[in-house]
Design a protein around this ligand. Sequence first.
Ligand SMILES: [Zn+2]
Length: 244
Amino acid sequence: MQFPKINLHIHSNYSDGKQTIKRIIEKAIELELDYIAITDHFTNSWKAWVSTLKNSDIISTYLDEISSCQEYLSANNKQLTLLKGIEVDLSSSMQFIQKYIQADKFDLILFEYLQSPESIAFIENLIYYWKLTNLDKFAIFGLAHFDPSYFIMGNLDTLMLFLIKHNIYFEFNSSYPSFYSPKYERFFEKLREYEIPVAIGCDSHDLRTLDNIDEPFEMIKYYNLERNFEILINLLDIKNHKKN
Ligand SMILES: [Zn+2]
């Protein structure tokens, strides 16, 4: 299988990224990327002081803008597939997330700062809430720049069962290379064993890092996770066909 070029973690000027969505897309086409996701920040905690997707008006403008870019890409037969994403800070309040995020409006929801079993329970509660409200259409879920050190000494199987149950992927994030270092080999063995999907995201805040995907891809091969990467690509394709 020829693996596609993907970057599923990009910030635009809707949060702390420097570029407009349109400019990101132009550059992604030039770089011949196959899949990208715009994943701006959503939080009412640590980053509440920077611009974020903090209310319904901003979120709907953001989603409309990405929708019109998706229409442009498909009308012009571009190879690039664009996903509507959002990066949810898990130190936000449950009420705030439930109030503003409708999981059926997004193609991809990233969770950042999963660092404890309590956060697993938090995500599960959220997913159950979303499933009650939207049964037909659903976003793909992923863990943004997950740090294995919080789980490596215990709870690793709990984590894996949680990921497999909800089909949540692990992201090889080129901005946080220490999180895929060989000292966490056991963690990556578990990902392989449980067939947890893996993705690549660069956490791009400007155009220079838009295709920083070579090292993450090398690490996917290093840990023999090609099959896991294929599972992720299948999820993206299913998502995309559903949409069209
Ligand atoms: Zn990010």
